[in-house]
Design a binder for this molecule. Structure first.
Ligand SMILES: C[S@@+](CC[C@H](N)C(=O)[O-])C[C@H]1O[C@@H](n2cnc3c(N)ncnc32)[C@H](O)[C@@H]1O
Length: 248
């Protein structure tokens, strides 16, 4: 995992490695076209190799299907830190029946743990990873949670008022783990966190801090949210923040 993380400076790519190997220049534009098209709808990706990783939270063994072919199919260190925090503070956070939306849920560990702890969860991400996300969520929550978690597409900053109108969607918590790294969508990410925050909403954001851009994002986060550092793991450089939107 750490080996994988050290390569994390590349921005999000559009194709799978197999496509990259076989695609010539003329095929490339088709690839980009179809990837952009896939943002519109759910397209499960068929990865060449999967592994299964085991985690223990909320008194359960959780098995996550991972693939190193996409950032969104690997559990990142912010996710385990956030799960640990949720497990240790379940009552204080009043998680039972709480409405939770996770952005950039990836393989789904945080959403699964939130659901096992009693919350009503919506796990969201880009279309390409929704298949694996749904698989992991179903495998780990079916018949053992009070509320069946939902999986939905949420592309940061895109069509939020149509897909998540404020009048019908309210969340007690917006969760995010390791959504800040070297990519082109940091402003849209912050705008999404702001959009999803209504009075009473708490953003819990856990992230491994590696690059100066991570700290620049933190500065902007602090401008928009009243921010509290809830936990810091010096061995992994993960910090966990609570943010409540500033309303003035
Ligand atoms: C580094 S992974 C973290 C996955 C998971 N939260 C974890 O900590 O294990 C970042 C996640 O953000 C998602 N993501 C990246 N850009 C996005 C965008 N523009 N809109 C929505 N999700 C995005 C990726 O698909 C991926 O699942």
């Amino acid at each position: 995992m750490d080996q994988h993380l050290h390569t994390a400076q590349q921005p999000l790519r559009l194709g799978t490695p197999q496509e990259d190997v076989f695609a010539g220049p003329s095929v490339e534009s088709d690839m980009i076209e179809s990837s952009l098209h896939s943002i519109q709808k759910f397209v499960p990706t068929d990865y060449a190799s999967y592994t299964q990783e085991h985690y223990h939270f909320a008194g359960k063994k959780i098995i996550i299907q991972e693939s190193i072919e996409n950032y969104g199919t690997v559990v990142w260190p912010g996710a385990t830190a956030l799960c640990q925090y949720l497990e240790d503070h379940t009552e204080e956070l009043n998680l039972e029946d709480a409405k939770i939306l996770e952005i950039g849920a990836g393989p789904g560990l945080v959403s699964i743990v939130s659901s096992l702890l009693g919350a009503q969860v919506t796990a969201t991400d880009l279309p390409d990873v929704l298949g694996n996300l749904q698989y992991n969520i179903s495998k780990n929550t079916l018949e053992c949670t009070a509320h069946l978690p939902e999986v939905k597409e949420l592309v940061w900053g895109e069509d939020l008022d149509q897909k998540f109108p404020k009048s019908s969607f309210y969340y007690d918590y917006v969760l995010a783990s390791d959504v800040v790294y070297h990519h082109y969508f940091l402003d849209k990410l912050l705008a999404t966190m702001v959009y999803l925050s209504q009075p009473g909403t708490v953003v819990l954001w856990a992230n491994k801090f590696r690059f100066s851009t991570d700290y620049e994002f933190l500065d902007k986060f602090k401008q928009a949210f009243d921010t509290t550092l809830l936990a810091e793991h010096s061995e992994s450089s993960v910090k966990l923040f609570k943010g409540i939107l500033k309303w003035d």
